[in-house]
Design a protein around this ligand. Sequence first.
Ligand code: D41
Length: 671
Amino acid sequence: MSDLKAAKAQTLELIQVIDEHNYRYYVLDEPQIPDAEYDRLMRELQQLEKQFPELIDPDSPSQRVGAKPDQGFAEVTHQLPMLSLDNAMNADEFIAFNRRVKERLDLTQDCEYICEPKLDGLAVSLIYNKGLLIKAATRGDGTTGEDITLNVRTIQSIPLKLRGKKIPESLEARGEIFMPLSVFDDLNQQAKNEGTKGFANPRNAAAGSLRQLDPAITAKRKLSFYAYSTGLVSEDLQLADTHLERLMQLQDFGLPVSSEVAVVANSQGVIDYYQKIQDKRQYLPFEIDGVVCKVNEIKQQEQLGFVSRAPRWAIAIKFPAQEEMTKLLDVDFQVGRTGAITPVARLEPVFVGGVTVSNATLHNMDEIERLGIKIGDTVIIRRAGDVIPQVASVVLSKRPEDASSVNELKECPVCSSPVERAEGEAVMRCTGGFICDAQRTQAIKHFASRKAMDIDGLGDKLVDIFSELKMIKHISDLYQLTAEQIAGIERMGEKSANNLISAIESSKSTSLAKFLYSLGIREVGEVTAKNLANHFLNLDAIRAASLQDLEMVEDVGPIVAQHLKTFFANPDNQAEVEALIEAGIHWPKIEKKSDDELPLKGKTFVITGTLENISRADAKIKLESLGAKVAGSVSKNTFALIAGEKAGSKLTKAKDLGITIYDESFLIKLD
Ligand code: D41
């Protein structure tokens, strides 16, 4: 009996501790313990509950996933209607809104506004009775929605129990359920791997996940939630006088509120906020489609009231649409540096995400198959943040009768060499090598680029011109160009011709690693080139190396080794490398890896937060190329943390451990 008593005390204690960690993780965004420790606590609780089923509290954090309901979703009538939001499509429409607000409130100056990111998810109502989540419903048409309580219980950031001392008799919170982008990407990747259709956007994915009859499936989708207003609350709860304070009341009860919420003094503040969030958008871990601006004072909200289901005190200021429909006019094939052939969609121009899009990559034949796309189809184009435009899906209902399939290529569209598609590979390749104009031109562009031979003034456009005019047939022909020849090109003066010649001249002095990288050997990036140079010390040793020798080098596996062998075994490539060296390309002899070359050797770095001027991948390459290791989590062995914007728990931990913290300028200085 005392066993049970002890178990009960322990269960209660564990529930309390786990609830606390959930709150810190989801609401405060300040996790205190590592995920593994959290998992351990949860397992301990589950173990106890298994041993003593009589101790199971239906609101225990272990009880989020329940059994399937027998029928579909029941209807729920909202106690207070869930209002909708009016939209402003641009700044002018917002200014008109602000003017109306001022007029109605009879103000001479702007009122205070609260700004929130407009999450692209689903509005829901959560009802807590005596602090326990008893009902969750979709917004539906605003009057009646669907009972999705069982599915909502699986959302980790929604508390099953409210926190705090003065729990009201009943409290309704309203907010948006959404799917974080990382979850969305994983889900679609998985669909891709399984050859099934993914979701067109995170909103659809969230909706599809919430409408699952089996809560176990919803649980796997890792949805999230932010509260955006209170609903009906019992009289024992004194709600605050401003919208922000009410959100903070919800937060104190344990409901998550977006940390991006901000109060601004006037309409200019709203416009500034809109700009700021728009810039930040691509770094946010969730999709937003605008800003919601609300009058902050509740008294003023009440004075304004609402018309036909939308409050007069709030407005959604939308970003330019990220998705638009257009027509697929044709599919072209582009040949890249390594011969990889990429299908490109030619589109009827369409304005999406703030730019006009007339081309979009289709990646490869598998993608074409997955989309089931045909020429003549109406397609949905998606452009998120600064990301290149994508064909998200095909609108099958609009397919014309004469739509034609996209066929796999048999020969290269540029040089007519046979096209190869290796077993199990999605990529088609032109086998023409240097005889293919497209491959050669791309190879020269790569050769001249900044991280390769760094020929200042030789940009992609100029290389295209050289190629078209047949001034360069081989990369090494670059070194035979004369100032007179260059000055003969339209819009190239004598001065720029001379500058280019001297840039070409000074590129001759380089390093073995840069030279190797500039050859554009498949899969040989900057880091691999550096590793090869440091390992073999000279070019002859690399050319002579066996597959086995090559695989001794860090980062070089059987595939990269084979690419290297194939490259150096090809007579055209041999002649080209010789011609380049003949032309005068040279590099200093490499002494066995000195500490000068690898100043960060033996040091472990961790990168966290959003870096502004360099991608995380590039930051990692940079550090590794100087001998550093880059780890995923901070420990006492970390040499330094590189922290960008919005750094979270890693930064806190590094501070706690007294680890050196740099900002991204540290990386820039490494140049
Ligand atoms: O983030 C959102 N999608 C969001 C939606 C938000 N931040 N605030 C909202 N506020 C309201 C009112 C002003 C009615 C309380 C909303 C919505 N409504 C809303 N979402 C869907 C319909 C209405």
